[in-house]
Design a protein around this ligand. Structure first.
Ligand SMILES: [Zn+2]
Length: 91
């Protein structure tokens, strides 16, 4: 026997209020600033908890390698420059 109870639109809608998909929680990488999934190694620079874990350049071709290295260098240089500027302002 099935239980037959009144199912109003309100009932149905309240039940379905939990069915929506949530936005994926992305956070900025601590090393390169790229958006990445939290608790997952960064795909851009291969870092996890500020430490490089993956060799990102391994799978790339020579041309791609050069480009990627340039990108990473620029990002690191930029962050270092910002740090030094902050330090200077503190002194
Ligand atoms: Zn990164």
């Amino acid at each position: 026997m099935t239980i037959r109870m009144r199912h109003t639109k309100s009932h149905r809608n309240k039940r379905r209020s939990h069915h929506g998909l949530k936005e994926t929680a992305l956070s900025a990488c601590e090393k390169c600033g790229e958006l990445k999934l939290s608790h997952v190694v960064c795909e851009n620079c291969g870092a996890y908890k500020k430490r490089s874990v993956l060799d990102v350049l391994k799978k790339l071709t020579k041309k791609q390698k050069k480009q990627k290295q340039k990108e990473l260098k620029e990002q690191e240089g930029g962050s270092q420059k910002e740090m030094s500027m902050e330090e200077l302002s503190q002194k």
